[in-house]
Design a protein around this ligand. Structure first.
Ligand code: 5GP
Length: 124
């Protein structure tokens, strides 16, 4: 696992050095609008802890952090109106490392919706 780089843009957002449009904040988790939205709804959900990728988070976060993050997915999709009770769905994506084409090395889940997002990836 690469060392966590605390100069990354999401670490700076968490420290309050860069503004963000917050959608949801809990004890261990923050959700905010992506600065370059790829869909009518494009929100990033991040743990407040220093984790590089989903596998880093899954292996090393505390139970409380994982529970908080997972429950935040439910709250967030409901608040964004894309959940399957009242909305029309969404795609959750996380990119990791070079092959995942991860731009910001702080674990984040993209929640995309508000339109049909299309097929997941191009065929190999
Ligand atoms: P990745 O490619 O790492 O999965 O996605 C990083 C995401 O962060 C991109 O969708 C990009 O638009 C978003 N992003 C990059 N810099 C900022 C920023 O300063 N503020 C916000 N809100 N989003 C950012």
């Amino acid at each position: 696992m690469p060392a966590y780089d605390d100069t990354n843009i999401f670490a700076r957002i968490l420290r309050g050095e860069i503004p963000n449009r917050t959608v949801l904040e809990t004890e261990h988790t923050l959700a905010f609008h992506d600065i370059m939205p790829k869909a009518p709804v494009h929100v990033l959900l991040i743990p407040k802890g220093a984790y590089v990728s989903y596998d880093d988070f899954a292996a090393n976060a505390s139970d409380a952090e994982i529970l908080d993050f997972t429950r935040a997915v439910a709250r967030l999709t409901r608040e964004l109106g894309v959940d399957l009770d009242k909305g029309q769905g969404y795609r959750a994506i996380t990119n990791a490392g070079e092959h995942g084409v991860q731009e910001v090395p702080h674990f984040h889940l993209h929640i995309l919706g508000g339109r049909n997002i299309g097929r997941m990836v191009e065929p190999a």
